[in-house]
Design a protein around this ligand. Structure first.
Ligand code: FAD
Length: 291
């Protein structure tokens, strides 16, 4: 492994100041399940690694009246074990539960999954579907809150400025009859990267008609895609055959995938429609059960 400088600050402002003052490439470390693999393989040669795990609040889940506050470096395993979070957003926890293995989930964080900026990141679609935001700390004591979808700008690229890093995520609590689901398709039964991922979040009225929806696709474009036409296909409708067909068509139309060893453009596009239908069916069923 190449030599690299390492810092483990104990406050957010100290971390920002180290990141902002670094000469060369400085990388934030949360769980390290992407960063350390890239370092060992030589794909990435940072001059400095800033480990955020010792900063109070970076690991942990807090519940406010209207939201969950999740520290940026919180491992997925802690999210899966959090009963209130799992009850509120089963789809978000489904995404986290699909990352790697039990060992990986003991470290892998939401911030790392998001900022590694893989189009196939499993925790991202359902988190965007829930209209989650993240709080960024930056130089001069600045704090800004942005929607999660504003972070990734392309494969391996983010909108974070020099010295900025994610401190925490805010995930709003569900309204009544609101729920979600996340599904992915992989070529084998586990430990693989999504051919397509799909997060669906719906709110229903007492009659089972959809009043609000978000449909997010992963792995079919350079970043996760918010499919507005798929949401429009659901809103104002029950989940009948014509609605499912319109949802499927909208999901397929939003795909701009690549062909690689996991699937062709045509295959990914078709699978996106199928996953959107299936995730919507699960989300509708869960939302209806919350009457
Ligand atoms: C065996 C294996 C299987 C895997 N399977 C999957 C899978 O099925 N699905 C999937 O989506 N991923 C998978 N991954 C990838 C990885 O585990 C996830 O992306 C994980 O969530 C990364 O989180 P981390 O905390 O380990 O990130 P790190 O490795 O610590 O960081 C990843 C990137 O994010 C940046 N970063 C971290 N924290 C912050 C922050 N607070 N602010 C700004 N930037 C930050 C880092 O600088 C780095 O560029 C797998 C990895 C391995 C090794």
């Amino acid at each position: 492994m190449p030599r690299v400088n390492y810092a483990a600050p104990s406050t957010v402002d100290e971390a920002v100041s180290i990141l902002a003052g670094a000469a060369g490439l400085a990388k934030v470390l949360s769980g390290g399940t992407d960063l350390l693999v890239q370092l060992r393989s030589g794909r990435l040669r940072p001059d400095l690694i800033v480990d955020t795990k010792r900063i109070p609040g970076l690991i942990g889940i807090r519940e406010d009246a209207d939201k969950f506050v999740i520290g940026a470096a919180t491992p997925g395993a802690m999210m899966s074990d959090h009963k209130a979070l799992e009850h509120a957003w089963p789809g978000i926890v489904e995404g986290v539960d699909l990352i790697g293995s039990t060992q990986i989930q003991g470290r892998a964080s939401l911030a790392g999954n998001l900022c590694n900026a893989s189009p196939a990141a499993d925790s991202v679609p359902a988190v965007i579907a829930a209209r989650a935001t993240c709080v960024l700390a930056g130089p001069g004591g600045s704090r800004r809150t942005v929607p999660v979808e504003a972070i990734c700008t392309g494969p391996g690229r983010t909108s974070l400025a020099k010295g900025e890093f994610i401190v925490e995520f805010h995930i709003p609590k569900p309204k009544s009859r609101q729920s979600d689901a996340y599904l992915r398709f992989i070529p084998r039964t586990e430990m693989d990267i999504a051919v397509v991922g799909c997060g669906v979040n719906v709110t229903l009225d007492a009659a089972g008609t959809c009043t609000d929806a978000r449909v997010i696709l992963g792995a079919v474009a350079p970043t996760a895609v918010i499919v507005d036409d798929a949401a429009k296909a659901l809103i104002g409708h029950k989940l009948d055959a014509p609605t499912l067909a319109a949802l499927d068509a909208a999901a397929q139309a939003a795909c701009k995938p690549i062909t690689d060893k996991r699937g062709t453009i045509e295959y990914r596009t078709k699978v996106a429609g199928v996953l959107a239908r299936r995730a919507a069916a699960i989300a509708f069923e869960r939302a209806a059960a919350r009457a």
